[in-house]
Design a binder for this molecule. Structure first.
Ligand code: HEC
Length: 227
């Protein structure tokens, strides 16, 4: 009885905490990203390196790991993703000096290695598409998702050169890339997971038959202790 009461209490408390979280959030658009879509990840990586890496590091990632996971040759990585002077085995840091960053933005642009884990893909997707003009801010823009964000609208030039649907797709690709960066092993985990489940279901049948065989003796009393 006590356990049942505890379970009820746990469920009740979770409902309350989710309820209050939901109330304080602005509406987020669904990112609809697909980490298995290699073309989207490649495009996202390219856009990230062009538009974001000037300020943000993804220091848990190395260039050659991205190359391996996304199926890019060393030549392609060097030409498309890397700044001159870096080596393919290096982690992806930013050229932005921390001191200057605090002065310019009032804070250091955060490392984005794990941002998809902490904020979620829907948040990133909506955030990057929610900048609006606001003359009272230093960069002349504000953001609906992160109110008074000290980040400029980094993608404005891309938005001007693309249609709305194309721009949404570009942002989806960047978000997809950040989702991959948050857990690179997910690519393997998802593929491997299917085989593990298949293996377990076959094993289940065998183990079940074995159990039946053992219990047959117990049930029908054929089992005797050794002399
Ligand atoms: C000119 C520098 C600059 C560029 C370029 C830039 N950002 Fe930012 N970004 C910032 C700063 C500064 C913040 C901190 C904002 C704040 O907390 O007010 C930030 C915050 C963020 C956050 C929120 C992180 C968090 O945990 O709160 C995300 C996500 C983000 N940026 C993604 C991007 C992406 C994706 C790009 C490329 C399309 C990009 N940024 C380009 C400066 C930049």
């Amino acid at each position: 009885m006590k356990t049942i009461k505890l379970i009820f209490l746990a469920v009740f408390l979770t409902t309350i905490s989710f309820g209050s979280l939901a109330a304080s959030k602005t509406h987020l658009d669904h990112a609809d990203t697909d980490i298995m879509d290699a073309a989207s990840l490649q495009n996202g990586a390219k856009l990230f390196m062009n538009y974001c890496s000037g300020c943000h590091a993804i220091s848990f990632m190395r260039y050659n790991r991205i190359g391996k996971d996304l199926g890019l040759s060393n030549k392609l990585i060097t030409e498309n993703l890397m700044f001159a002077g870096s080596k393919t085995g290096e982690t992806i840091t930013t050229a932005m000096p921390e001191g200057a960053a605090s002065e310019w933005f009032g804070g250091v642009p955060p490392d984005l290695s794990l941002v998809s884990r902490s904020k979620g893909t829907d948040w990133i997707y909506t955030y990057l598409r929610s900048f609006y003009d606001d003359e009272s801010r230093i960069f002349g823009v504000n953001n609906k998702v992160l109110v008074n964000a000290s980040m400029p609208d980094a993608l404005w030039s891309l938005r001007e050169s693309q249609s709305e649907a194309e721009f949404d797709n570009s942002v989806r690709d960047i978000t997809n890339f950040l989702d991959y960066v948050g857990e690179p092993a997910k690519l393997i985990r998802l593929q491997l997971g299917k085989w593990v489940l298949l293996f377990l279901s076959i094993l289940f049948v065998l183990v079940y038959l074995l159990k039946k065989e053992y219990w047959k003796d117990v049930k029908y009393g054929i089992w005797r202790p050794r002399d």
